[in-house]
Each structure stands twice: as C-alpha cells, then as structure tokens.
Design a protein around this ligand. Structure first.
Ligand code: ADP
Ligand code: MG
Length: 377
C-alpha cells in the first residue's frame, strides 16, 4: 500500500475512534445536562469553557429553579490568561477559584414566563417580543447579574466573585466547601447569637446596597442569602434595580418585609418593623412619607426625592399598576453610564463577546450530581 493511503487510513480509524469516544461523552453530557434542562447551545458553551481551560470538570447540579440551573464545577489549574479571546476571565489566573458555580439562565418557555411579566404589557416590547429576542433578553439578565455582583463587590458586600460571562452562562465562585453548597439562610442552623449577628449583618448590607452600591436587591429573602463561614452571602441579583427604577420603593419595601418576617418568625427580639427598616435604609421618614403610600408609589423614572416630595401625594391614577420592564430600565441606565464613563470599567470588556463557534470541542465530564435541591426562590 502506498504510504499516503496508509496515513489516510490511520487518520480515518483515529477519527472514527475519536467520534465514538466523543459520542459516549456526548451521551453522558446529554443525560446530565438534559436532566438539568440544559439545551444544546448551552452545552456547547460549557464545552468551550472546558476546552479553553477555564473549567476542568463539571460535577453536577446544585439547584434547578424556574429561571436558572446552577451547576458545580472545578476550575482548570492549568488556566493561563489571554491565551485567546475566549479566555478573558474577569479574575486573574491566581484568583481563579478552585470551586465554581455556573448559573445558566433558562432559555425555555417555562423559565421565560417568569420574566415575561416585566415586558409583556409594555407597548415598547410588543413588536420585539418574538422568539428570536428571548435569547437576547436572557443574555441581558445574565449580564445584569454580573454587573450587580460586581457592584456589590466594590462596596465590600459578601457575594460570589465573577469568573466569566458567556451569553446566558455566568461562572462565579462557589460559596461552600468541598462540593457542599452553603445552606440558604432559611435552612441554616443558627445559634441565637448567630441569628442576631445575621440580622445586624443583613440590615447593614441593605443599607450599603442602597446607599453605596445604589441597588435594591428586589428579591431579598432567606432564600437568596447563603450562610457560609459564619457570614451572610448575598446571591441572585439579576433582578436587582437602581433606586431610580420606577418600582424601586415598592421592591425595597417588599425586601424589608421579607427580612423582618424571617427574623420575627425565628423569634429574634428587638428588631425593626419593615417600615423602620425602610426608613433606616432610605432616610425617608415614614411619617412625612406615609409608608403605605411609599409602598404603592411608582416613581415613573423620576428621582425618588421628586417622586416622594411632600407636595406630591400620589402618582396620577392612570399611571398606577403599570408593569415596568426591568430590562428597559437596565438598558437605559447602561447607556447613560456608558455615556458618562465610556469604556472605563472592566465590566464593559466582557459585555457582548460574540462567541465564535469553535471547531474543536472538548469533552464534558459529568459526575454524579452532588447536592441537587429543588430551588423554591
Ligand atoms: P434562582 O434564580 O434559581 O433562585 P439563585 O442564584 O438563587 O437562582 O441560585 C439558586 C440556588 O443555587 C441558591 O439558592 C443556592 O443554593 C445555589 N447557588 C447559587 N449560586 C451559588 C454560589 N455561587 N455558590 C453556591 N451555591 C450557589
Ligand atoms: Mg434564588
């Protein structure tokens, strides 16, 4: 046989073997990721994270919620920065956490329904509410979570570190140890001293979040606070909004209510009422600004001081009960910020990385899920 044909045959056998092996890995990956509701394009993103040596292995599901799936992964010890475009993580190789949590925002119809409420009644979205745009909007949610985490980081609030964002897949540091995720505050067993400490910590965090990070969590409760290293860690901030958001005060009051109810139920004495907590955070006096009114008021994009000025009792009837899109407010605030400080922050470098499909696909190592919980929040 001539040597050229020999080489060709060898290559063919090798590639067949490779294909078979990949098929096996694929099947394994399909089972595990299908279980977690991860679709094919998302699996490709995960493959790429492994192939580009950011992640070494994906170990299993931490949580499957209505809007997101959280997986546990190990980072790749061989990761080196700036090897290629794909490898641009937010943290440096030295700071790459050993254990990572991957938050995959669901792109399925079911998951989308939860967010739908913020856009479906808004005339500005009527024409854009097409299948094609769902992915874009979901990517925006992931991006928003990343930015909000980074804002919390900047003011020293305990929260995960962002590792990398790829479309609707956000990789962050894992809060927990040795594959065991830290418990949610609702499940944590706290001594009375720890309970009191957690309360003090959370109200300080809420104050910092509003006054320094200029954010309102908007889904803060014992479900989105983890208890780790005897400290509270804030997670799940995709929906968090700025104080200028039209529903900011309502959302803040709701957060205050959730937190106070939790500590009340746990029997912690001498705590604020939700109105007092609201006042502590915003310095808006509940007597001057009737708290019930504050809860209902829509600021309609006006600043809080204007919207709550004593001369304005309540917003006009026709503007009540509007459903405001978080996404639009986010988009607007992003544009404004970019105009203010063009391309200044590290945040902007990883915004809209157009992911090129790589031809070489790595293998996805899926082990038995570690701690799979149905996530209520
Ligand atoms: P969802 O939108 O599904 O509520 P979350 O961000 O709240 O998404 O994550 C769901 C659950 O996954 C959390 O309650 C927590 O148990 C776990 N989780 C999320 N992020 C992390 C993390 N960085 N480290 C450890 N566990 C996490
Ligand atoms: Mg949550």
């Amino acid at each position: 046989m001539n040597s050229q044909i020999k080489v060709y045959n060898q290559l063919k056998t090798y590639s067949r073997r490779g294909a078979k092996k990949n098929k096996m890995h694929d099947r394994k990956a399909n089972v595990a990721t299908a279980e977690a509701g991860v679709d094919a394009p998302t699996r490709l993103l995960l493959y790429k994270l492994i192939n580009n040596q950011i992640l070494e292995q994906i170990n299993g599901i931490i949580s499957t919620g209505k809007e997101a799936v959280i997986l546990h992964a190990n980072s790749d010890a061989g990761y080196a920065e700036n090897v290629n475009e794909y490898n641009r993580t937010i943290c440096s190789p030295q700071l790459l956490p050993k254990e990572c949590a991957i938050k995959i925002f669901k792109t399925t119809l079911n998951g989308f329904k939860q967010r739908d409420r913020y856009i479906k009644d808004d005339y500005r979205f009527k024409d854009r509410f097409s299948k094609q745009n769902k992915r874009v909007i979901i990517n925006m949610w992931a991006e928003k979570e990343m930015h909000n985490i980074m804002r919390m980081q900047r003011v020293g609030i305990n929260c995960p570190d962002v590792v990398v964002l790829k479309k609707h897949v956000l990789v962050m540091s894992f809060i927990g140890n040795n594959h065991n995720a830290a418990p949610k505050l609702k499940d944590a067993r706290l001594s009375s001293w720890e309970l009191s400490y957690a309360y003090e910590e959370i109200i300080t965090v809420m104050h910092k979040l509003y006054n320094q990070a200029k954010l309102i969590h908007a889904d803060l409760s014992e479900y989105n606070i983890l208890w780790h290293d005897k400290k509270c860690w804030i997670i799940d901030v995709a929906q968090s909004v700025e104080p200028e958001h039209p529903s900011a005060l309502e959302l803040l009051m709701r957060d205050c209510g959730n937190i106070i109810t939790f500590f009340e139920t746990r029997g912690l004495p001498n705590i604020y009422t939700k109105e007092q907590l609201f006042e502590y955070i915003t310095s808006l006096n509940a007597k001057t600004h009737n708290a019930a009114m504050l809860e209902r008021i829509h600021t309609r994009g006006a600043s809080i001081s204007v919207a709550t000025s004593p001369s304005q009792d309540e917003c006009p009837e026709e503007l009540k009960n509007l459903v405001y899109p978080f996404d639009l407010a986010w988009e607007k605030s992003q544009c404004e910020r970019q105009q203010r400080e063009p391309l200044k922050s590290a945040e902007s470098s990883c915004l809209t990385t157009a992911d090129q499909a790589t031809s070489a696909m790595g293998t996805l190592n899926i082990n038995v899920p570690c701690a799979c919980q149905e996530n209520k929040s």
